[in-house]
Design a binder for this molecule. Structure first.
Ligand SMILES: *Cc1c(COP(=O)(O)O)cnc(C)c1O
Length: 343
């Protein structure tokens, strides 16, 4: 009676083993909702894979990671003096990217382990290359585990990584390890050829945990079914139904992250125009749901509720029974499942 994810464990683990074998130095990223699988599941799996380091997103995620994993835990969010939940532990590696933070951490907690994050073309966090010397001067007794670069998902960024490696080597920063995010396998190989003296450690989440979804099965349970007539008003918003058919009430709603659309950039007007051109339910203000019922993705009868969704099934389609399950398309990084089964 729930939104459930069942994973074919043998197949998933075979994929994880392949990625780890093909990616020397891999740091497993275990953050957020644990890519839909939960951070505890991933931390345990990182242990099974023999990884020596995982990366979490925030300090709030550190205690669980330390409890569920025996190796080092890198925090991807930068350390700041105002953080109230920063965890001190010999296995925790802080990320620093501002001179004032380095000075404060060196004064407060000498001996802490840090990676120095360089500002990449992402422009999210990190030290500007021209200020690297000031940062090195402020390091004091901090222990530098390496330099980190978070690169954009699109485009080639090998040149950027090589440029940073050169900047590190000409600075007085003693770091032999470069942590990188989002370089392709080919780019990593080229980097190693060009900079054999540096150890490159890719930080990987999606490509590891969600790189083979063939053994993932997401199911929602049919909780109720009601026949409806064209024009009949239903739901919180009492919107009229476009045709005769059935309302199918399925488990899974906004509290699970179902039916939430990530913000999009441009193209809103174009998308709306296309919807009008296609006509039908989308033009009438209906939205396509992620639920597949009798072979087709069906339209929401109204926006999803917290724990359930109301889906319209037109006349002519075979009507499911209460208790049946139906497939759901989800975005794993924003979905919370009621049940996870590693089969
Ligand atoms: C989330 C994150 C990653 C992992 O990204 P994926 O696309 O899931 O592999 C790597 N590096 C940083 C800095 C991140 O925040």
């Amino acid at each position: 009676m729930a939104l459930s994810l069942t994973v074919d464990t043998d197949r998933w683990r075979a994929h994880l083993d392949t990625v780890v074998a093909a990616t020397p130095g891999l740091v497993g990223v275990v953050k957020g909702n644990g890519y839909g699988l939960g951070r505890d599941t991933l931390a345990a799996e990182a242990g099974r894979l023999g990884l020596d380091q995982i990366a979490v997103g925030t300090y709030a995620e550190v205690p669980d990671a330390l409890a569920g994993f025996d190796g080092d835990v890198m925090v991807l969010s930068p350390w700041r003096p105002f953080l109230t939940d920063a965890v001190d532990d010999p296995r925790v590696i802080h990320t620093v990217g501002r001179v004032e933070d380095v000075a404060a951490l060196a004064a407060d907690r000498p001996g802490s382990r840090v990676v120095v994050e360089g500002e990449s073309s992402m422009a999210r966090h990190g030290i500007d290359r021209h200020h690297l010397t000031d940062l090195v001067d402020a390091l004091g007794d901090l222990v530098v585990d390496g330099v980190a670069l978070h690169l954009p998902l699109t485009g080639g960024h090998l040149g950027e990584a090589l440029g940073w490696a050169a900047a590190v080597q000409t600075s007085r920063l003693e770091a032999e390890t470069l942590y990188v995010s989002h370089l392709s396998g080919e780019e990593l190989a080229t980097f190693r050829q060009r900079r054999p003296e540096m150890r490159v450690r890719p930080r990987v989440g999606t490509g590891l945990w969600l790189g083979d979804l063939g053994g993932f099965d997401v199911r929602s349970t049919v909780l109720d079914v009601h026949p409806v007539r064209r024009g009949q008003r239903i739901g919180y918003r009492q919107r009229p139904m476009p045709r005769h058919g059935h309302l199918v009430i399925v488990s899974g709603g906004t509290s699970h992250g179902i039916g939430l659309v990530a913000p999009r950039g441009a193209g809103g007007a174009v998308a709306r125009g296309k919807a009008l051109a296609k006509g039908g339910l989308e033009a009438a203000g209906f939205a396509l749901s992620p639920f597949t019922i009798t072979g087709r993705q069906r339209w929401y009868a109204e926006p999803p509720h917290m724990q359930a969704s109301m889906v319209f099934l037109p006349d002519g389609a075979e009507v499911p029974a209460v208790g049946d399950t139906v497939p759901v398309a989800v975005r794993y990084t924003t979905t919370t499942f009621d049940h996870l089964t590693l089969s």
